[in-house]
Design a protein around this ligand. Sequence first.
Ligand SMILES: NC(=O)c1ccc[n+]([C@@H]2O[C@H](COP(=O)([O-])OP(=O)(O)OC[C@H]3O[C@@H](n4cnc5c(N)ncnc54)[C@H](OP(=O)(O)O)[C@@H]3O)[C@@H](O)[C@H]2O)c1
Length: 214
Amino acid sequence: MKRIGVLGTGAVGTVLSDGFLRHGYEVTRGSREPAKLADWLAKAGSRARTGTFAEAAHAAEIVVLAVKGTAAEAVLDLAGADALAGKVVIDTTNPIAAVPPVNGVLRYFTSLEESLMERLQRRVQAARFVKAFSCVGNMVMVNPTLAGGPPTMFICGNDAAAKEDVRQILGQFGWETEDLGAVEAARAIEPLCILWCIPGFLTNRWEHALKLLR
Ligand SMILES: NC(=O)c1ccc[n+]([C@@H]2O[C@H](COP(=O)([O-])OP(=O)(O)OC[C@H]3O[C@@H](n4cnc5c(N)ncnc54)[C@H](OP(=O)(O)O)[C@@H]3O)[C@@H](O)[C@H]2O)c1
């Protein structure tokens, strides 16, 4: 059984924590204010815990980073580089700027020359970051049942073994995995969230995902 530390109290943190628990993992969720997770903890069962970002990172073998993009670097600092060193960090974050979308098109605080995950990997060099779950909405993150069959999760990162761990989790969660290479590929994967959101903003339907066909 693997111990997962989920940093984040938003929808992604909740959906992925519940998914990991359903698949038999232990989950510790982290927050600046762990008390806000009391209702979730009361229903989550005996393999669930809560704590600070640092406690959740310490408790984990695999860490999931599911916090606001603008706060992601600060949350790594709160978790602590020592607690993250050597661990797989599944990076779900997107660099969404604190400004409204334009005609359904989100705006980012990064550029096409530098992704958020590259900043995170530089900030904690000893952690093994893998971009995953960033290009799809939380409502279809765990075992999606879409008419078009299993969708594709685009991942990247510098550590092959870390990506293999994430590929296995994605398989359990009902995804095909497309490995796009090293951390720089996050410059392409992070903007897929902009693409994924547009049909949602335009039609108010959010149950879709991306698939790579050959
Ligand atoms: N929502 C989706 O469907 C979706 C899909 C794909 C990817 N994503 C990405 O996944 C990430 C999480 O999204 P979300 O919608 O679940 O939640 P969110 O509202 O973007 O983030 C909530 C988390 O951010 C932390 N946070 C916010 N401001 C902070 C600050 N100043 N300092 C430290 N921590 C701060 C909060 O910490 P506390 O618990 O301490 O308040 C909380 O845990 C985002 O980067 C988002 O772009 C979201």
